[in-house]
Each structure stands twice: as C-alpha cells, then as structure tokens.
Design a protein around this ligand. Structure first.
Ligand SMILES: Cc1cc2nc3c(=O)[nH]c(=O)nc-3n(C[C@H](O)[C@H](O)[C@H](O)COP(=O)(O)O)c2cc1C
Length: 227
C-alpha cells in the first residue's frame, strides 16, 4: 500500500489559533511532518469572506487527506465549519481519491457528546465521495485551550497514544484502527472526578464573571420556581 503524501488540517473553531482545536491540530501536524508528509493547516475563521472561502475550498480538493478539527457547538458543528462543508459540496467536481478524518472536542467531559458531529462528517464524506477514515471524540476539550498535548502530561497520555497510532495508520493510507480511536477518545479523567472539577471550578468561574455585587445577589432569584 502506498504512503500518504499530503494532509490539510482544517481548524473549525471560531477561536482560531487560540483554541483547543488548534492544539490538537498542532500535535497532528507535528506527527505527520515527522513522517515527512507534507502537512498544512488552515483556519476556517480566516476564510469566511466568499472569495477567501472559495480559495480554501479549491485548496482543500487537492491533498490526499483532509482533517476537520473542531469544537462541538450546541451538540453540532460550528456554523463556519458547516459553511465550509456546504461550499465544498456545492463546488464538488469529478470524483477523485481523497480521504477524510475528523476530530471533535466538547466542553462536557463525556466524549460521546461529539458522536453526532462525527456522524455528520461521515455523511459529508459519503456525499463528497471521500473515503471515511474515522473520527475521534474528546471530552473536556477546554482543558487544552492554553496547553499543548505534549505539555499536558498524564491527562493527555491516552489521547497522545491514540493519535500516534492513528497517524501511523493514516500515513500508510489505512483507516484509523478502532483501538486507536477508542484510546484517543477515552475520557481524560474518571467521569466522577471531571464532573466534580467542572462543578467546583465552573461555579467559581461564573461567579468571577459576575463582578457586580448587585448582579450576584440576583443570581439566586428564582422567580419561576414552583412552590
Ligand atoms: C456557542 C458554544 C456552544 C457550545 N456547545 C456545546 C455543547 O453543546 N456541548 C458541549 O459539550 N460543549 C459545548 N461548548 C463547549 C465547547 O465545545 C468547548 O469549550 C470546546 O473545548 C471549545 O473548543 P475550541 O477551543 O477548539 O473552540 C460550546 C461552546 C460554545 C462557545
């Protein structure tokens, strides 16, 4: 089986370079480049104007493998990413060999919140006559907003292990093995712990955001509470 030659990683987070998606993309980029595979990244947020979007859609039709890396927004795919997918579909040309993989991250700790977004990408691959290489789901993705996967230590151990195995297969033009997908998609922490942290730190974060004491008082009002 021949080796993969080129990869384009599309970062679908509206936060662009300051996103967790970017940190996942950087890790994948490094791993493909280590294997001498020509790898580029593109930020969808920088390609929203029609002209720029058309350019990117054209560019996205050439690499052997396209990777969509995006956050989960309202149990779905962010609008800028959907827009890109729709534009690709509208300008679909003669079928040619191309592969698609996706990686989604969500705020909630259970990775399976991302399953629907992954299914949508799989459906996109089928409509575009692309070969579907599989999807990876990451819960509590915000943990990687300002830290790279390499610096994240033990928390990202399974994720790195799964992604390494995924890149190994993809670079040989093979689908991601289900074991690699399962390893990469494991919850970062035992769920009882991440739920505790989310409640504890989430509450502190929201309270910090409400700096106005008058507003803070009102937070406890329950005008529609059923007695
Ligand atoms: C508008 C909006 C909608 C979101 N909807 C969900 C959601 O439905 N489920 C979820 O688990 N997280 C949701 N999140 C959280 C993001 O998926 C999460 O913070 C993710 O790590 C952001 O990734 P990014 O830094 O790559 O953009 C939402 C965040 C925003 C801003």
């Amino acid at each position: 089986m021949s080796n993969l030659k080129s990869v384009l990683i599309l970062i679908g987070s509206p936060k662009g370079k300051k996103s967790a998606s970017n940190n996942f993309a950087l890790y994948l980029e490094d791993k493909f480049q280590e294997k001498d595979i020509e790898t580029e990244k593109a930020y969808l947020v920088e390609h929203q104007k029609p002209e720029r979007l058309r350019e990117l859609v054209k560019k996205a039709s050439t690499p052997d493998l396209l990777i969509i890396v995006a956050p989960l927004y309202i149990d779905s795919i962010p609008a800028i990413t959907i827009n890109f997918m729709e534009e690709c579909y509208k300008s679909k040309d003669d079928p040619h060999e191309q592969k698609l993989m996706a990686l989604f991250n969500s705020g909630f700790p259970e990775p399976n919140h991302n399953d629907l977004a992954i299914k949508m990408c799989k459906n996109f691959a089928s409509k575009m006559d692309m070969e579907w290489m599989g999807g990876i789901t990451i819960g509590m993705g915000a943990a990687f907003e300002s830290i790279s996967l390499t610096d994240a230590g033990g928390m990202a151990r399974n994720l790195r292990k799964g992604l390494d195995a995924a890149v190994e297969s993809l670079s040989q033009n093979k689908k991601m093995p289900s074991e690699a997908v399962l390893t990469a998609s494991k919850p970062l922490l035992p769920l009882f712990l991440s739920k505790f942290f989310m409640c504890y730190f989430g509450e502190r974060l929201w309270k910090r955001k409400v700096k106005d004491k008058a507003v803070r008082k009102k937070m406890h009002y329950r005008p529609y509470k059923v007695q």
